[in-house]
Design a binder for this molecule. Structure first.
Ligand code: C5P
Length: 212
């Protein structure tokens, strides 16, 4: 079974995807991390993230970069959002994501275009959303725990800028697949959001078993 979990930054999709992977015994890929690695590599190369050639060159990042804690920073998130608009970058990262999705037994992938581009055949698709204030507050708390000093207003502004860029890009924009189920986590705690996602996937599994 392939489970696609898409949605904007800090919507809770990563937490939900990890929980679904644990619940259904599937491997999990956080695809945002790949775009973050490209963004970070452009920075390390001293390149311009808006330049398609510089962004494409950065797709040859070393695997060890995926463990760099700096990938989780807001700065790298912004760079990731800028490199991800280039079709060449999306193409360069496509095969890796597609192969992960198609591995025997299935997988859980979270990102922006899993249900629409990477695995349109996914049996379960969730599109996780939350209001900007709810997402900014979550990201703020995360940053505080990491000892990073960032203002709440700056986080909210950054989220809105990234949402706008992710939604308006020509290639694989952030949009819910037609057959995705919308999960709004604005007023949900972590456990409630996870329980709702598990219930949705379990219903699909049960229905599939019933139709055999
Ligand atoms: O999910 P995360 O915030 O880590 O993603 C960072 C950036 O990478 C996003 O803002 C988005 O621009 C890009 N991304 C993407 N497609 C994906 C995953 C992430 O374009 N499947």
């Amino acid at each position: 079974m392939i489970i696609a979990v898409d949605g904007p930054t800090a919507s809770g999709k990563g937490t939900i995807a990890k929980a679904l992977a644990a619940e259904f015994g599937l491997p999990h890929l956080d695809t945002g991390l790949l775009y973050r690695a490209v963004g970070r590599q452009v920075g390390l190369n001293g390149g311009n993230p808006d330049d398609p050639a510089a962004a494409l060159a950065a797709c040859a990042f070393a695997e060890s970069l995926l463990d760099d804690p700096e990938l989780r920073s807001e700065t790298t998130g912004g760079l990731a959002s800028r490199v991800s608009v280039h079709p060449g970058v999306r193409q360069a990262l496509y095969e890796r994501q597609r192969a992960f999705a198609l591995q025997p037994g299935g997988a859980v992938l979270d990102g922006r275009d899993i249900g629409t581009v990477i695995a349109p055949e996914a049996e379960a698709k969730l599109f996780v959303v939350a209001s900007v204030p709810a997402r900014a507050e979550r990201r703020f708390r995360e940053m505080q725990l990491q000892g990073r000093d960032v203002a709440l207003a700056d986080i909210a502004a950054d989220l809105e800028a990234r949402d706008a860029r992710d939604r308006s890009r020509a290639e694989a924009p952030l949009v819910a697949a037609r057959d995705a189920v919308l999960l709004d986590t604005s007023d949900m705690g972590r456990d409630e959001a996870i329980a709702a996602a598990i219930a949705h996937v379990r219903a699909i599994v049960t229905k599939a078993a019933g139709s055999c």
